[in-house]
Ligand binder design. Sequence first.
Ligand SMILES: Cc1cc2nc3c(=O)[nH]c(=O)nc-3n(C[C@H](O)[C@H](O)[C@H](O)COP(=O)(O)OP(=O)(O)OC[C@H]3O[C@@H](n4cnc5c(N)ncnc54)[C@H](O)[C@@H]3O)c2cc1C
Length: 415
Amino acid sequence: MNAVIIGGGIIGLSSAYYLQKRGWQITLLDKTDLSDNCSYGNLGMIVPSHFVPMASPGMVAQGIRWMLNRKSPFYVKPSLNSDLIRWGLKFIKTSTVTNVERAATPLMNLNLYSKSLYEELCKTPGFDFGMENKGILMYYKTARFEAEERHLAGKAKRMGLDAEPLTKQQVQALEPETELDILGAVHYRCDAHLYPDKLIAQLIQSLEASGVSIVRNTEVKKMVSEKGVIKKLITQNGEYKADLVVIAGGAMLPQLTRMANINIPLMPGKGYSFTYKNPTHTLNIPAILCEARVAITPMNGYMRYGGTMEIAPVNKSINLNRVQGIVQSVPRYFPGIRLAMPAKHEIWYGFRPCSPDGLPYLGRTNKIKNLIVAGGHAMMGLSLGAASGKIVADLANDEKPQVNIDVFEPERFGN
Ligand SMILES: Cc1cc2nc3c(=O)[nH]c(=O)nc-3n(C[C@H](O)[C@H](O)[C@H](O)COP(=O)(O)OP(=O)(O)OC[C@H]3O[C@@H](n4cnc5c(N)ncnc54)[C@H](O)[C@@H]3O)c2cc1C
């Protein structure tokens, strides 16, 4: 049996990895040379702690407040773009307690499953991507965020996660070299981190060594379907036929599924990161600065800082105000860490594939028999990558995945 996978980010590569292990002949098509996509410059956090989807109560009001601030971490670019308007209306509708409750356990289970698969993968010859199980510290400076984070930590504990609210003194014991200006932090010991650039490069290397055909600079432009089956994919470099098609196109997911007459609402959520290769200061444990929504990860001696979420169609501009927002937020928590503003060419950006309810799309579709959709993982794609790939392979073999994926159904918003 042969499969064509569209997209060589973490989701497409993981799908290729687990499918080829099950004996599938794989061709992976990507429109780029695979030297960059959203799966490279991210913060590398593996996050069972992130069981609350972005579409949650309070997010709409908070989002509107943030839109008034040029340096804020969240921004919806006002526009008459019809995809954005439809997405926004669905986002508002799904930002409810019900959405959070139905999502929490499936998201946590998918993240835990993925973490266990990464733990297995990092012991496999050819893989060494700096995975560390030190958890993540969620830092807060204000009473409001302390209350929210402690409440969430309580919920996490009841769900079985290893989460501990810490006083400033307890945090100081974990980061003795770092001056702190915080109220406290929650330590999610259940979380982990890795170096995504290495993981992606090693997956590509391993796949090519095991005979997977990775075809670069080849954009899928059209799909020809007959009687509910995709018969061929048309690219500028020729046509491809397959028993199974996996769409893993990241932020371009809707453009691809539309070629198969399937409507999947999704918007790109642009984020920035920059990496200091000779940092003057290193943290021991990855950090999320709650009020600022900034993430910091130590990676193999490097330090990577990142954040912001700009919901807007794909565009290549760099908004220096938001990057400055990241830079300026750091000394508010760590007075001893004064970052130099990175030069434009040192700023990486990627487009998170954001669904309106904050949940991935993962599964077969009703309309097309030989299609699996895998995407829309928003701020958790790296974390959920291994499990998503494994589940694609299970579905391809008509086997039941180890975790329940009902809430991730790709056609849940209808056509
Ligand atoms: C600043 C930032 C920090 C982040 N931090 C984290 C984190 O700490 N932990 C975490 O879990 N996640 C994090 N994320 C999110 C994570 O990076 C994404 O969810 C993930 O990379 C998405 O992977 P993907 O494979 O779906 O998409 P991508 O990596 O974007 O890959 C999609 C691929 O599809 C290809 N493609 C698209 N259309 C076509 C076509 N027509 N034909 C051929 N190829 C096509 C593209 O070229 C691309 O290579 C972060 C994101 C950002 C921006």
